[in-house]
Design a protein around this ligand. Structure first.
Ligand code: 5CA
Ligand code: ZN
Length: 415
């Protein structure tokens, strides 16, 4: 698929820091240790509705990962998928008497526009599920051949499932106990009661064609891919096993990332799928997780139409830590707009206090599991001093502008 256009990232003077991130699999903050080329996969949208602030928060968190790696001198191979064939997309198309292909294309186009408007650095490869069907089929065929997958005994619907016992490590990524897994699996697309499965938690790999549903001819028989195998195949075929970061919102830790990892590891006979599993917290509105199914959404496109600036959206979302579940409110946006106005005013003064220490603190905080609240406070402190007329360093305002642009993606352009 076509990705979206990139923005320039200024290089700033001084010493960068190695990025440490929280890893769900080990439950610890660990240094990311990419080679010259850092490899990241972030789960993309299911395009049946517009991008809301929850999605935006997750992609902005990984935009910060990308930016800290760039600052540390790495090149970044970033891959993101689009789940352009799945149950929720088909259901929405059916409800609205829409064509599911057209719906997916429309919402994907809007997503690209939203990401561009938010100045999110684009993935190098932006890959749809539909265009990946041949490679997904190939992976499933190999899993069948090596015994990690099986076909249910149902002549009408000979679906293919993954045997979750195949790797002997199932559960290492999310670390959930059996009860939690059993509760989350059906909530998040699983079908524990499907007759013929070896284990209720085994995940669907290939759904045999049903009348009225889209399907593709393949060596597996006509059908369409399950969800987890999509990300597993797309990631491993482009990044290889053991890539640096697998990312998404915390709602993907189980079953999605657990199975994406298990599929790839069962195929390769190697471990791990990713070195870090990184999860962003859920953004809520009115006391509930913002979700397309609940309908309690604030769309990025709506804010854009209302003239809300990307810098303000970034500052509002970065006011909280990326891993904490947090609410979107009008007050949060108002406070971000006020902060943005202060930063802009300070950053366009003819002089300010020396900013090398500020840039150093900004790097320290961001390298420490993307601690944006502390990073923002460091810039607040510099802006406060500058606005009080302290400091005579004429290079400082430009340095702060460039650091904030490079590390936080905030431009401080006069509006
Ligand atoms: N296509 C799959 C991933 S392969 C999917 O989950 N699509 S999605 O459109 O439902 O979500 C896209 C991304 O936004 C995922 O990383 C998801 O975890 C994240 N996300 C969804 N809702 C929220 C929310 N309320 N707050 C933060 N992140 C969210
Ligand atoms: Zn995914």
């Amino acid at each position: 698929m076509q990705t979206w256009s990139s923005v320039a990232v200024p290089r700033i003077p001084g010493t960068s820091r190695p990025l440490r991130l929280h890893d769900t699999a080990t439950g610890r903050l660990r240094p990311t240790a990419p080679g010259r080329l850092a490899r990241m996969y972030v789960c993309g949208i299911t395009p049946y509705d517009a991008t809301h602030l929850g999605h935006a928060a997750t992609y902005l968190a990984f935009d910060l990962v990308y930016r800290q790696w760039l600052d540390a001198g790495h090149e970044v191979h970033y891959v993101q998928n689009v789940t352009d064939i799945d149950e929720p997309l088909l259901e929405r198309a059916e409800r609205d008497q829409d064509d599911w292909v057209v719906l997916g294309m429309r919402e994907t186009a809007l997503f690209r526009e939203d990401m561009e408007a938010l100045r999110v650095l684009p993935p190098r490869e932006f890959i749809g599920a539909v265009e990946s069907i041949p490679e997904i089929v190939e992976v499933i065929a190999k899993l069948l051949a090596n015994g990690a997958a099986y076909r249910v005994d149902d002549p009408d619907h000979p679906d293919i499932y993954f045997d979750r016992a195949a790797t002997g490590r199932f559960g290492y990524e999310s670390n959930y106990d059996a009860e939690t897994m059993a509760a989350l699996f059906p909530e998040r697309g699983g079908d524990p009661d499907r007759p013929g499965k070896r284990d209720p938690l085994d995940a669907l790999l290939w759904r045999a064609a049903r009348p009225g549903e889209p399907s593709w001819e393949s060596e597996l028989g006509p059908g369409r891919p399950g969800w987890h195998i999509e990300c597993s195949a797309i990631a491993v075929n482009r990044l290889g096993l053991g890539f640096d970061v697998q990312g998404g919102g915390s709602d993907l830790a189980f079953p999605h990332h657990e199975f994406s990892a298990a599929h790839a590891e069962a195929l390769a006979g190697e471990h791990p799928f990713a070195r870090h599993y990184v999860h962003a917290g859920m953004i809520g509105l009115d006391g509930a997780k913002m979700s397309k199914s609940k309908g309690n959404l604030v769309f990025v496109s709506r804010l854009r139409a209302d003239g809300v600036e990307a810098d303000a959206i970034r500052l509002a979302l970065f006011a909280g830590h990326y891993r904490s579940d947090r609410a979107w409110t009008g007050e949060l946006l108002g406070a971000a707009q006020a902060r943005l106005a202060r930063w802009r005013e300070a950053a366009f003064l003819s002089a300010g206090p020396d900013a090398e220490g500020t840039v150093s603190r900004l790097r320290d905080h961001l390298a420490d599991d993307l601690n944006t609240p502390k990073a923002l406070a460091a810039v607040d402190a510099w802006a406060g001093e500058a606005l009080r007329g302290r400091g005579t360093d004429t290079a400082a305002p430009t340095l702060v502008r460039e650091a904030v642009d490079s590390l936080l993606g905030i431009t401080l352009q006069a509006s």
